[in-house]
Ligand binder design. Structure first.
Ligand SMILES: [Fe+2]
Length: 187
C-alpha cells in the first residue's frame, strides 16, 4: 500500500473524534461516510480468512472492531448469492460501502404508529443497487431490506454507531405486518 493508506486504527480514531464532537446522527454519517469509503478503497479487506460463510443466515458478519461499550462497530459483510435480510431497522446510524459485487436495497416507510406490540405496517418507498465504491447511509429508524441478486458472493464494509446486536432493533414482515427482535450471528 502507498502512503495514501488509511487503516482500521485511523478509522477508529476518527470515529471516536467525530462521535465525540457530534450528537446529531445526520451530521455523524455525513462526516463518517467519506472515511469509510477511504478505508474500503485503500485496504485489502477480503482475505482467505473470510472463506467460511454462514449458510444458515445467508450472509456473514466479520466483526473488525467495536469499543468495550459496543460503540463504533466495524464489520465486513459477505452476502451469499440469492440470499439477504428481512426488512429491518438498526436503532443506530450506519454507513455501508460496497467492496465487491452488488447488493439490492429496498427502502420502506413505517406507516403505523408503533403502538401495537408486534405489529408494523410498511410501505415500500424505493430501491437502489449498491456497487463497489457506492455509499449507503441510514439513521436509527430507517428500514431497508438487503439482497444479493447475483451469482457470486458480494462484499461490503459496514460501520455503525453501535454493534447492531446491542441496539434492540427489529425485523419486519411487510406482508404479515409483523415486527420482532432482530439479532444476527456474528463471526
Ligand atoms: Fe441494514
Amino acid at each position: 500500500m502507498s502512503d495514501c493508506t488509511y487503516d482500521l486504527l485511523q478509522l477508529v480514531a476518527d470515529l471516536r473524534q467525530i462521535t465525540g464532537e457530534e450528537s446529531d446522527e445526520s451530521r455523524i454519517v455525513r462526516r463518517v461516510a467519506p472515511l469509510v469509503r477511504k478505508f474500503a478503497e485503500t485496504s485489502r479487506l477480503v482475505t482467505e480468512t473470510h472463506d467460511r460463510h454462514d449458510e444458515s443466515q445467508g450472509f456473514t458478519l466479520h466483526l473488525l472492531h467495536e469499543e468495550p461499550d459496543h460503540s463504533n462497530a466495524v464489520f465486513l459483510f459477505a452476502w451469499l448469492p440469492g440470499r439477504g435480510t428481512p426488512a429491518h431497522n438498526h436503532k443506530t446510524w450506519g454507513v455501508v460501502v460496497g467492496i465487491e459485487g452488488e447488493e439490492r436495497e429496498t427502502w420502506w416507510r413505517r406507516i403505523d404508529d408503533g403502538m401495537r406490540p408486534g405489529y408494523a405496517q410498511l410501505d415500500r418507498v424505493s430501491e437502489r443497487r449498491l456497487t463497489p465504491g457506492g455509499i449507503s447511509s441510514f439513521l436509527s429508524d430507517d428500514i431497508h431490506t438487503v439482497w444479493n441478486d447475483t451469482d457470486s458472493v458480494s462484499w461490503s464494509l459496514h460501520v455503525y454507531g453501535r454493534h447492531i446486536n446491542h441496539t434492540g432493533r427489529s425485523e419486519f414482515d411487510p406482508v404479515a405486518k409483523t415486527e420482532k427482535a432482530y439479532v444476527l450471528n456474528v463471526e
